[in-house]
Ligand binder design. Structure first.
Ligand SMILES: *Cc1c(COP(=O)(O)O)cnc(C)c1O
Length: 411
């Protein structure tokens, strides 16, 4: 293709042998037989392991690494992650059940998210999960539940910071938000925690998601530490945990580069001594979802038909937005852009062509690739969407149009 148009970052995480993509050490064509039907998601266990190792290489050793499992809640994935990371962050009662089935110590599981039901709260208290409180009202409900169960609930305050994570794909803090307690109201809330029978752990300050700019993340880390140190003065006891969120992004679209993890890690190494001096013994936690799992996963669908309409080639596949809303461009994107897509069983291919890969849904939104250059594909070929290990299947409207679901495998 011409060199002026921005290209996707190279997708080199999976080897190619005889022009066929290899996942978990197996040719994609063989994996498709092993899975038994298309479409499916495949997650590569070794890539998950490698990613955690990469983070540990660049982050200071004092940092505790948590997995935010809403990015990929497949139980086998969560269990594998549980064996690698230092904690799991959950955001629903359903995630709580999956997390509690893993080998993770419940005291290292923390539960964020607005609108927790009384049943969610009782389960967390009984299990010994740390509740990240999203409001004063939730705090009062937790205290009542703790009294009823005669168990002292473990709690942290989720703070809605007075700053934003700049250049973020999704802002989760700053300004009015349904998440967390406005920073200016936290001192009064900390006073109330001291009056209630609650076991105060610390703070959770999460400002945004999908950020590729190290400088923005570094700035957010500095402001997060400063805010936590300021708020700690009002706490009923010295904070034991400080969760500084995540927000590390991965490249999805043409022109996007990789996050400079080394710079983010170096900045944390610089900042940590001051934090530990101000908050002695505090455990600093980073919680990542997407960055840990997204690049380890692919979504695979099969070409059912090649169709040409007024000169444009459409590869009609058995998969689509009902399994992978994000790749269709309808999960928070403002302007639709293509995810990296290849024909997995003929990566380079003999002939190349410009084609669109679409799904079987009766809506023009059902687009997996819009006029991309790829190998010329035939009926039966496998269309692969990269960067699909996070916010894929469970972030998609599976019931829309009543097509079969997608399988998931961890290989
Ligand atoms: C969604 C979420 C995360 C994970 O965000 P990623 O962008 O996937 O890393 C972390 N913490 C909380 C509280 C979340 O809601």
């Amino acid at each position: 293709m011409n060199s002026v148009r921005p290209q996707h970052a190279p997708m080199t995480q999976f080897p190619v042998v005889d022009d066929c993509l290899q996942i978990g050490g197996m040719a994609l064509t063989r994996l498709a037989e092993r899975v038994g039907s298309t479409p499916f998601y495949a997650y590569d266990r070794a890539k998950l392991t490698d990613r955690v190792a990469l983070l540990r290489q660049y982050l200071p050793p004092e940092i505790h690494l948590h997995y935010a499992m809403k990015a990929n809640p497949m139980p086998a994935v969560v269990q594998h992650m549980a064996s690698l990371v230092d904690g799991i962050d959950i955001a629903s009662g359903g995630e709580q059940r999956v997390a509690l089935d893993t080998t993770m110590d419940p005291g290292l599981i923390s539960f964020a998210g607005p609108g927790k039901s009384d049943a969610d709260l009782s389960c967390a208290i009984a299990a010994g999960v740390v509740l990240n409180m999203e409001s004063e009202a939730e705090m009062e409900r937790i205290a009542v539940a703790g009294k009823r169960l005669a168990i002292r609930p473990k709690v942290a305050v989720r703070v809605n910071p007075d700053f934003e994570l700049k250049s973020s794909g999704m802002k989760m803090g700053g300004g009015p938000k349904q998440f967390g307690v406005d920073a200016e109201r936290v001192p009064a809330m900390l006073g109330r925690i001291g009056e209630l029978d609650l076991d105060f752990y610390g703070f959770h300050i999460y400002s945004g998601s999908q950020n590729l700019k190290a400088a923005s993340i570094q700035e957010a880390h500095e402001k997060t530490f400063a805010l936590a140190i300021r708020l700690a003065a009002y706490a009923p006891r010295a904070p034991r945990t400080l969760n500084i969120g995540g927000g590390f992004g991965i490249p999805y679209f043409p022109g996007e580069g990789r996050l400079d993890l080394e710079a983010v890690g170096a900045n944390l190494t610089l900042l940590l001594p001051g934090v530990l001096l101000a908050l002695p013994g505090v455990q600093v936690q980073i919680e990542l979802g997407r960055y840990l799992v997204a690049e380890a996963g692919i979504y695979v669908s099969r070409v059912i038909e090649r169709k040409v309409s007024r000169g444009q080639v459409y590869l009609v596949t058995d998969g689509g937005l009902h399994h992978h809303l994000a790749a269709s461009g309808n999960f928070g994107q403002v302007i639709r852009k293509n995810y990296p897509v290849v024909i997995g069983n003929r990566v380079a291919g003999g002939e190349r062509e410009i084609a669109s890969a679409v799904g079987p849904l009766c809506t023009p939104l059902d687009l997996l690739a819009d006029q991309m250059e790829m190998a010329k594909a035939d009926v039966g070929d496998l269309v692969v969407v990269f960067q699909s290990g996070a916010y894929g299947l469970t972030a998609s409207p599976a019931a829309f149009l009543s097509h079969p679901g997608a399988r998931e495998v961890l290989v």
